[in-house]
Design a binder for this molecule. Sequence first.
Ligand code: NAP
Length: 305
Amino acid sequence: MPERSLEIGEMHAFAEGQVGLAVLGCPIAHSISPQLHNASLKKMGESNPRYAHWRYDKIEVSASQLAEALPRLAELGYRGINLTIPHKVEVLPLLTSVDEEALAMGAVNTLVWGENGWSGRNTDGYGLEQGVHEDLGVRLEDSSILILGAGGAARAATAQCLLRGCETVWLGNRSLDRLAGVTEALGNVFESHRIRTFALSELPPEIEDLEDLLVINATSLGLREKDPSPLSLAGLSSDTKVYDMIYNPPETTLLAEARKEGMTCGNGLSMLVHQAARALEIWTGDRVPSEVMLREAKLAMEVAR
Ligand code: NAP
């Protein structure tokens, strides 16, 4: 049963000993994060009773409400927050500290309450890395990487690949202005020669010669069932691996075309699960059963369809 989203005005304080976790976003009703986290907390509660007093909510918070919502949630007893659209970048000035990885990604998706306020981390890059390994059996650092998109998800993915030691990342986008903005920002953190860019409409011929190619879709093209593929895979070897961050629909046109070409593919459900598991690990300091989250995510997707 999908969990109801809450609004900041209807929140009550947690009792002594209880711990609140939540995802904030706008819109947020569609989020399946509470199912993943609460199922995992229930499982963890079987071996550690303290988790019986932890709860993960989804709370509708608009961009203009965020600055007020964060201290208010801390007062109520929330100790961990996930952020989604539209907060991942706008939250940065509201935080007391941001770790190095999140700074490189220019975005934060996980907040931890501490004595001095909220500090920021980013688990999206980790989620991608684990998802790609689990679904496709590849490690980022052993692959030639082609990332499609220049939004927040593409920037996090590129930073993760560069942090892991990939020599070069190819980054392609529809809007060249946005592509230039992202490469400039990443160029402040990484050597700029490690990021090579292209227009989505014109795949550079050098790509066809790359070995162990991994294509990652980080555009939102594919979210609608009838969306076309952001990239033509013609000319790429059938050994190419393709990962689409989109998980609903589970098979985008890009993945359907890749499958037809005999390529190994995966969708973003594994990334969603692993970024969530890592956030819960950060908040609890305990091992999190990601397999419980994956089972719950698959169930939630079946109900949603
Ligand atoms: P975003 O900041 O809004 O960026 C959207 C990107 O999609 C931009 O590069 C944009 O290109 C491109 N795009 C949009 N419409 C397009 C079209 N018709 N043709 C070609 N390109 C198009 O979004 P985001 O936060 O980076 O998220 C991107 C995707 O990743 C979304 O589908 C999101 O659901 C997914 N995601 C998944 C996970 C997960 O856990 N699985 C986590 C984060 C994000 P322009 O610059 O040209 O507009």
